[in-house]
Design a binder for this molecule. Structure first.
Ligand code: IMP
Length: 200
């Protein structure tokens, strides 16, 4: 297909006839542009902080997939990328604190500088588990880059070294974040109507 002759891109999720799940969104919290600008800043900051350290990014699937893609595009130093998949909420909207590794790293991270990439830190229970898991692999260092931080809900004292945005205590979706596996494809972050997940 010729790019010059192609039609303007019209994302299907903006068309309510094609994408009725848009109606499940109460409001847009972070626009696509806001997200892109902030992720570029984080990428520049991490690139400066890790110059000469050849870090390995550990992306936590599935929620962090979109953040990982955009963040890595903004990393300008040599680095590598690996993935871990862990059990998530399923159809529940709140953390159980029970974490199960569904897919482990492909490569050893021993003696490496690790940066965990997470979608959102809510209670912090998942991150707490991951930090312990990674530290047990004799890494040189481990830090955390989280797209969103919801500090008001914290149940454990975990530090987020690189946070994209602080968000209020609302259930948010989009840009990788789901409810019951839906909405991950939205290029912005929206607040989900509580009726949808049976919340407040
Ligand atoms: P935590 O263990 O309570 O910190 O929860 C972390 C995980 O719960 C995240 O990686 C998300 O997958 C999920 N999560 C927490 N809050 C939200 C939300 O507002 N929307 C979507 N997923 C969430």
């Amino acid at each position: 297909m010729s790019i010059a002759n192609s039609q303007p891109f019209r994302p299907h999720h903006l068309d309510p006839d094609v994408r009725p799940s848009e109606a499940d969104i109460e409001s847009v919290l972070l626009s696509h542009d806001q997200i892109q600008n902030r992720v570029a800043e984080l990428g520049a900051q991490i690139s400066r902080d890790y110059a000469g350290k050849d870090p390995v990014f550990v992306s936590v699937l599935v929620g962090a997939f979109m953040f990982t893609g955009d963040l890595l595009r903004n990393i300008t130093i040599p680095c590598s990328l690996d993935f871990m998949a862990i059990s998530s909420y399923g159809k529940e909207s709140r953390s159980s604190g029970v974490v199960r590794v569904m897919k482990d790293l492909d490569e050893s991270v021993e003696s490496r500088h690790v940066i965990i990439i997470e979608d959102i830190i809510d209670t912090g229970l998942t991150l707490n588990y991951l930090l312990e898991n990674i530290r047990n692999r004799n890494v040189a260092s481990v830090k955390v880059a989280a797209f969103l931080d919801k500090p008001s809900r914290r149940l454990t004292d975990v530090k987020v070294d690189y946070a994209g945005f602080e968000v209020p205590d609302e259930f948010v979706i989009g840009y990788g974040l789901d409810f019951a596996q839906r909405y991950r494809n939205f290029p912005y972050v929206g607040i989900l109507r509580p009726e949808v997940y049976g919340g407040k």
